[in-house]
Design a protein around this ligand. Structure first.
Ligand code: SF4
Length: 255
């Protein structure tokens, strides 16, 4: 890909890691130890206003962490950026542990919903998460895109990763498909399907530090850092493997 060329890209699952910090230390947290790391506005600008590509469509956007509400400023900035660019995700998901209620932030999610995105904000409380304060829960429930669940996790349902592994519990077999996906990603890097001037990417994760990884859900910080070899400072398409079934399509393999 030439340096001055800009490609249109469509992302199926875009995960934004807003922070590695959390206001809880759940015994089963698969990420591992919390870290003092936050995504800043410069990273957001570089990702959404990149010279090398133009994001034309996002199917599902997930705000993740840590606790995403601990980085309210960047979260608000991202939603404003999406609305300003008319880049409205078909679906927007955010999981919060419910300890922080922030009216400005909630209203911002409501604005995004107004633009047509299917917004889902949810909290699940189990035996590891701190229970929610009733007053706060009632405030959350005033927003029709907020969902609250209570459940009891059986050990067989818990991934033996991160803090669960440190604490020596969880199901070691649950993570096997994830592990093979992870090692595949380690080998292949970021993969996109290129059709003429449009690139489709299934999973793309933007980490707090501006690195790009293929996958975010159910991965420890260490796994994410190992997968994240691409920096948005660089032309990510030059670093990405573009796959296609047609010989006319360009193939780029850098690692
Ligand atoms: S499971 Fe969620 S709430 Fe608990 S420590 Fe991990 S990120 Fe925080």
């Amino acid at each position: 890909m030439g340096k001055n060329m800009s490609l249109d890209i469509q992302i199926d699952n875009l995960n934004l890691v807003l922070t590695r910090m959390c206001n809880q230390t759940c015994k089963h947290c698969l990420r591992g130890e919390r870290q003092n790391a936050y995504m800043n506005k410069e990273v957001v600008d570089k990702f959404f206003n990149n010279l090398y590509y133009n994001i034309v469509k996002i199917n599902t956007l997930a705000f993740t962490g840590g606790e995403p509400f601990l980085n309210r400023e960047t979260l608000i900035y991202i939603i404003d950026t999406l609305i300003k660019k008319s880049l409205i995700p078909r679906k927007t998901i955010c999981v919060t542990n419910g300890l922080i209620f922030d009216t400005t932030l909630m209203d911002k999610f409501a604005d995004l919903k107004q633009t047509g995105s299917l917004v889902i904000l949810e909290t699940t409380i189990d035996q590891f998460h701190k229970p929610m304060n009733q007053e706060k829960l009632e405030k959350f429930l005033k927003y029709d895109f907020y969902y609250y669940f209570e459940e009891h996790l059986d050990e067989s349902e818990i991934l033996r990763l991160g803090r669960a592994l440190e604490n020596n519990f969880g199901n070691p077999f649950l993570g096997l498909p994830l592990m093979s996906y992870y090692y595949n990603n380690l080998q292949n890097g970021l993969v996109g399907q290129k059709m003429q001037d449009l690139v489709y990417i299934n999973d793309l994760t933007l980490l707090d530090n501006g690195k790009v990884a293929p996958y975010a859900a159910d991965a420890t910080w260490e796994m994410l850092d190992n997968m994240a070899m691409i920096d948005i400072e660089e032309d990510i398409f030059n670093q990405m493997r573009l796959e296609n079934n047609d010989n006319d399509f360009e193939k780029v393999l850098r690692r």
